[in-house]
Design a protein around this ligand. Structure first.
Ligand code: PLP
Length: 397
């Protein structure tokens, strides 16, 4: 009998683990071992879920909401999501166009699996969220990264998109506000990009996960509201993780035209059945108890904005470092090419020598940058940026 097991699948061998989760895991392990680590790697609010949302989930548990839910989500939540798209953006969708999934990540995966086949190409503007290329590969399709660096303020232009399209292009992935840059596209910019996608008959995955985390008067645009043609080909992904500090609840949403919703529901029925039932009841409270939710969000945004401004100012004080001011999400993306060290080595040494965890730009398809999340305490940010400045000063010598 052959004692060597057969090789694992192509998918298992080709997929890369999420670098942000790996670095955050390392930082947490060092912390647990008693090291004084300043973690800038985690992409999650450092606040707890608001009490009224927790209370609704607890009440759901206590009243037996512990069984399977309908595959696309409980009707009360799907209706609340449809209503909020109408009030937030004037987008008229019926609850039957909504799918609730176990996380925004999973919603993106469903959208990609529903639209892409082997041989298809998917255009992903870089810097990109780490999971898009891996999901595209898992669908058997080919990711085509288009780098939009600080020369275009990290924004894809219509000309860049046009140049990347081939007869095989099936899907364009957009993410505004962006992880990792915090950049927010204007409505006009998105309209121009969407017009190119429509002209080439592409689907659009619009990942609007950070739509409510905005600063300096920036406005989020829901791509499906740009035109009837845009609406007919856009899958709008959002979720509860970032806005409501519910990362551990694993709840994402997806709004799309009926045939795509049907495909996503069928895929979900085979892959996860449904998002956790009592968690969905918590999400209903997040959307229905508007005043309490708005107050929690406002409190969180005041802290994020203060930290954003402080960190941005301090980063730009470091000789050799430059950083654009983001208008959304909770990330800054400074340039570190002046220090003469590849970004991955920079981050490894920074963690080793100064116990500061940051994610290298390469993980997002943009070497020469760092992603710093300011969804962490003022104290850690102050201490961490001091250490970063000391580290950079040593490199400069
Ligand atoms: C751009 C983007 N999309 C989707 C997600 C997924 O969020 P969730 O925790 O709901 O799966 C994240 C989380 O980091 C993100 O940054």
């Amino acid at each position: 009998m052959n004692s060597n097991p057969a090789p694992l699948s192509t998918w298992a061998r080709n997929v890369s683990p999420s670098p942000t989760l790996v670095i955050d895991g390392k930082a947490k392990a060092l912390l647990a071992a008693g090291e004084d680590v300043c973690g800038f790697a985690a992409g999650e609010p450092d606040f707890d879920t608001p009490e009224h949302i927790k209370a609704a989930a607890i009440s759901a548990l206590n009243t037996g909401k512990t069984k399977y839910a309908p595959t696309p989500g409980i009707e009360a939540l799907r209706v609340a999501i449809a209503e909020r798209y109408l009030s937030d953006y004037g987008l008229k969708v019926s609850s039957s166009q909504v799918v609730v999934s176990p996380g925004g990540k999973y919603s993106c995966y469903l959208a990609i699996m529903a639209t892409c086949s082997p041989g298809d190409e998917v255009i992903i503007p870089a810097p990109y969220w780490v999971s898009y290329p891996e999901m595209v590969k898992l669908a058997g399709a080919t990711p085509k990264m288009v780098l939009a660096d600080d020369s275009t303020h990290f924004k894809l232009t219509p000309a860049m998109l046009e140049a990347a399209i081939t007869p095989r292009t099936r899907l364009l992935v957009m993410n505004s506000p962006s992880n990792p840059t915090g950049v927010v596209y204007t409505r006009d910019e998105l309209a121009a990009i969407t017009a190119v996608a429509v002209a080439h008959n592409l689907y659009i995955l619009s990942d609007e996960m950070y739509e409510h985390l905005l600063y300096d008067g920036a406005q989020a645009t829901c791509i499906a509201t740009l035109s009837k043609e845009a609406e007919a080909r856009t899958i709008v992904v959002a979720g509860f993780s970032k806005t409501y500090a519910m990362t551990g609840w694993r709840l994402g949403t997806l709004v799309a035209p009926a045939p795509i919703v049907k495909a996503c529901t069928e895929l979900q029925s085979q892959m996860s059945s449904n998002a956790t039932t009592f968690a969905q009841w918590g999400a209903v409270a997040a959307l229905k108890e508007k005043e309490k939710t708005a107050a929690s969000l406002a409190m969180m945004m005041t802290a994020f904005d203060r930290r954003r401004k402080f960190l941005h100012t301090e980063l730009n004080k470091i000789p050799g470092m430059t950083c654009l001011l983001s208008q959304g999400a909770f990330y800054l993306f400074p340039k570190i090419t002046a220090f003469g060290l590849p970004d991955e080595e920079f981050c490894a040494k920074l963690l080793e020598e100064e116990k500061v965890a940051a994610v290298p730009g390469s993980a997002f398809g943009a070497p020469g940058y760092l992603r710093l999340s300011y969804a962490t305490s003022d104290e850690i940010i102050r201490k961490g940026v001091e250490r970063l400045a000391r580290f950079c000063a040593k490199l400069k010598k």
